[in-house]
Each structure stands twice: as structure tokens, then as C-alpha cells.
Design a protein around this ligand. Structure first.
Ligand SMILES: Nc1ccn([C@@H]2O[C@H](COP(=O)(O)OP(=O)(O)OP(=O)(O)O)[C@@H](O)[C@H]2O)c(=O)n1
Ligand SMILES: C[C@](O)(CO)[C@H](O)COP(=O)(O)O
Length: 401
């Protein structure tokens, strides 16, 4: 058993198959919707949200680029996408090669079509990988096993003692599994249905850890239907939707432009602040952090820290969005209201929406920017400053603790 630090394990998700056994009328199974999201989006979220997982590589089919972009639209930029090969084995090797430059100590290899992988299972497999041992989650066979001959006639009852059904994620010391895959490819072996089989063939010890009955592989159409029903039932039982709000104000001083919601607008004054003083992005950063009790902007970017002097505030909002995602959250809506007498916000609204969506890694239809004056009342009305309020709505899986 090994103790692992946060973010030190790499993961490969193979999702380049054609899903022939599930039927292809509705497209490849990894992009079919279960509980309102693509199967693969659920799987990727489970790994991105896991504290131990640092690097992530996803193997997709070259023809699925568009499907992938639509299904998994808020992917952090450091996730690597590779094109898979003709077999699961070939797809895995391509993904492992993409990980080589980052030289992780250990890697978990998972089927894109096992969307119910749990945080506990990922942790259990990761903990069982050592410098010279792989780890395989598996369940002891519960049914009596029959061998059938011609015409479905039973030819033998196979003793089930010691037999297990293999699951993923399977974990390995990275260099050893990459070498084993390379050796298998060099020797023309393309018949391995899982990575443990390749490791075993190459002489690496693989230890079984307890798998999970819920961690099913969606192989046939009926399993996709059942997965959808299960998620819909869970969601109607308790959707964990959280809202957070934020407020910020900065004084106006000498200058020739203001930066609001990521957009530079010519003005006869400038906002005064340690960073670029973008009140819209500051309020939104606080709103996002508030959805998961992660403090406020000052907790993460103290004004006393010289590295944030003049910083683009999009960095702050992007960091808050990463924290939300690490906790498994999906940003459903981000809403900012700017309060000022001038400059006029309307003409810049589309650019602001685009800038906020890009900073948070979400679609533009989830972003709203509004503006109002303060009816010439108070310090805002006298043009001494600009304020912003923001509301963020985030959907977290299960109950956030
Ligand atoms: N050339 C391939 C074949 C499979 N896979 C992935 O390996 C996992 C194994 O699941 P499986 O049910 O075998 O997927 P398919 O090969 O797509 O299914 P089928 O055999 O029914 O066509 C899936 O996530 C699949 O996308 C892959 O990345 N590249
Ligand atoms: C890797 C795997 O999911 C472990 O159970 C399985 O071996 C994939 O095999 P399949 O033949 O492609 O279903």
C-alpha cells in the first residue's frame, strides 16, 4: 500500500470505441445522455473531481471530435485529448505515450463507459499501486459458471472458486505499464481486453482490490437505459444546487480606461486597485467561492501579495471555477450586475459575456451581464466609483461535505 499526495496520480480514460454491442442508432454509447449528461462527461467529472488525480488524458475516436466538444464543454485546459486506435489496447497505448513527458509515478486506466466509478474506488486502487505492483478492482463471481458447447448444450460446470470479474480503473506503476504495452505492440499482440492482462503477460504482479457492484460497464443498450433511470431517480431525490453571491466596489481615479468583466473600456477615469480592479470579476469570484464555502477572493489572492499587482482578474475567477470543479461542481449560471453612471455598458455586453464564459470555462448561455445606474444617488451616483454584485449557481453531485 502507498500513501499518495494530492494531484500526484495520472489517469487515462479510454473512450475511442464504437460501442457496437450497444447498437449505434443513437451514436457511440459514451456520448449518450444519462441523467441529462453524456456518459463520458460523468466519467471525466469523477476523475477531475478526485483530489489524487493530477494529469488526465482522454482517448477519443477521431470522428467524435464534435460529439466530444459538445458533451464535455467545460474541460480544464491541461486535460490532454488523443485519438484512440482500433482496439482498446491501442487506444490505451496512445494515451500512455501522451503521459510520458510528465512521467507520473502511477497511472489509473479507466473505461469511459464506467460512469459510476466512485471516489472511494479511485482512492482504493491508487493506494494499492506500488513501485512494482499493479492494482485491479474486481468482484468475486457470484453466479454458477457454465461452459456451453455446440447449440448451447452445457459441456461443463466451471468451478467459480477464485474467479473474479475485472473492473476499471486499473492502476499501475507508469513506466512498467507503458513498457508492457510497448512490448505487447512490438510482438504483434493486440488481443488483450484489459491492462491487467498485459501487465500479467509482461510479468508484473497485479493485486486485486474489492470492486464495486455499481461500477458497471455500459456495454448493452439496456444498461444505458438503466443508468439513465438511476441518475434521474437520484436527482429528483436531492439535487444539490447551491447559489452564492458577491459584491465589490472600487473608487475611480485618474486614468483613461476601466476594465469591467474582462473588457477594457475607454473612459476619462480608471478604477483604483491592487489588481486591474475589475469589480465584475471580483464579485463573481466571491460568488463562485461562496457556493462551496471556500472563503473569498482575499483568502486566495491577498492584496498584500505583490504577485497580484496589476493582475488580470480573469485569473481570480478562473481559479474559483477550478476550486468549484475540484469539488465536483458544474457552474449552471453566472450573473453579474454592474452599477455605474458611466461608461455605458450595453455596447460591451457581448464581449463581457464572452470574456466571463472563457474565464470560467462554461458556455456563453450560462453567463449574464446587466448594468444599472444608481440614479445619481450617493458615491456611485456622483461617479466616485463603480460597484458590482454577482450571483453564481452551481450544481454539485450528491451532498457536498
Ligand atoms: N478502439 C477502442 C475500443 C474501445 N475503447 C474504449 O474501451 C472501453 C471498453 O469498453 P467496451 O464496452 O468494450 O467499448 P466498445 O469497444 O466501444 O464496445 P463494443 O465492443 O461493443 O464495440 C470503452 O470506454 C471504449 O470506448 C477505446 O478507447 N478504443
Ligand atoms: C477493461 C474491462 O472493462 C474490464 O472488465 C473489460 O475487459 C473490457 O472488455 P470488453 O471486451 O471490451 O468489454
Amino acid at each position: 500500500m502507498s500513501t499518495r499526495e494530492k494531484g500526484t496520480i495520472a489517469a487515462v480514460i479510454v473512450a475511442a470505441g464504437r460501442g457496437e454491442r450497444a447498437g449505434q442508432r443513437d451514436g457511440p454509447k459514451q456520448y449518450r445522455s444519462i441523467g441529462g449528461r453524456a456518459v463520458l462527461a460523468h466519467t471525466i467529472t469523477a476523475f477531475l473531481a478526485h483530489p489524487l488525480v493530477g494529469r488526465l488524458v482522454v482517448a477519443i475516436h477521431p470522428e467524435d471530435e464534435e460529439l466530444f466538444r459538445t458533451a464535455v464543454c467545460d474541460l480544464p485546459p491541461d486535460v490532454v485529448i488523443v485519438h484512440g486506435g482500433a482496439t482498446r489496447q491501442a487506444s490505451t497505448l496512445r494515451a500512455l505515450k501522451a503521459l510520458k513527458p510528465s512521467a507520473p509515478g502511477a497511472v489509473l486506466i479507466h473505461d469511459g463507459v464506467r460512469p459510476f466509478v466512485s471516489e472511494g474506488l479511485i482512492a482504493r486502487v491508487a493506494a494499492a499501486v506500488t513501485a512494482d505492483t499493479g492494482a485491479l478492482p474486481a468482484l468475486a463471481i457470484a453466479d454458477t459458471l457454465k461452459k456451453a458447447g455446440n447449440g448451447g448444450i452445457v459441456s461443463a460446470t466451471v468451478p467459480r472458486n477464485g474467479l473474479h470479474a475485472a473492473q476499471t480503473p486499473q492502476g499501475f506503476p507508469f513506466a512498467a505499464i507503458l513498457a508492457a504495452h510497448r512490448q505487447a505492440a512490438a510482438e504483434g499482440r493486440d488481443d488483450f481486453t484489459d491492462d491487467s492482462a498485459i501487465a500479467e503477460w509482461a510479468g508484473l504482479t497485479v493485486r486485486i482490490v474489492e470492486g464495486e457492484p455499481d461500477n458497471i460497464k455500459l456495454t448493452f443498450a439496456r444498461e444505458i437505459v438503466m443508468a439513465d433511470e438511476k441518475l434521474r431517480m437520484n436527482a429528483s431525490a436531492w439535487p444539490d444546487v447551491r447559489t452564492g453571491n458577491g459584491y465589490d466596489v472600487h473608487a475611480l481615479g485618474p486614468g483613461d480606461h476601466v476594465t469591467l468583466c474582462g473588457v477594457d473600456i475607454p473612459h476619462d477615469k480608471a478604477l483604483v486597485g491592487h489588481s486591474d480592479a475589475d469589480v465584475g470579476l471580483h464579485a463573481l469570484t466571491d460568488a463562485l467561492l461562496a457556493t462551496c464555502g471556500a472563503g473569498d477572493i482575499g483568502t486566495h489572492f491577498p492584496p498584500s501579495d505583490p504577485q497580484w499587482k496589476g493582475a488580470a482578474s480573469s485569473k481570480f475567477a478562473a481559479h474559483a471555477a477550478t476550486i468549484v470543479r475540484e469539488k465536483g461542481g458544474r457552474i449552471a449560471n453566472a450573473d453579474v450586475t454592474l452599477i455605474c453612471e458611466a461608461p455605458k455598458i450595453g455596447p460591451h455586453r457581448p464581449a463581457m459575456v464572452a470574456a466571463l464564459a472563457a474565464a470560467l470555462g462554461i458556455e456563453e448561455h450560462r453567463v449574464s451581464v446587466k448594468a444599472t445606474t444608481n440614479e445619481k444617488l450617493g458615491f456611485l451616483g456622483r461617479g466616485e466609483g463603480i460597484a458590482a454584485i454577482a450571483t453564481a449557481t452551481v450544481v454539485y453531485p450528491g451532498s457536498l461535505s
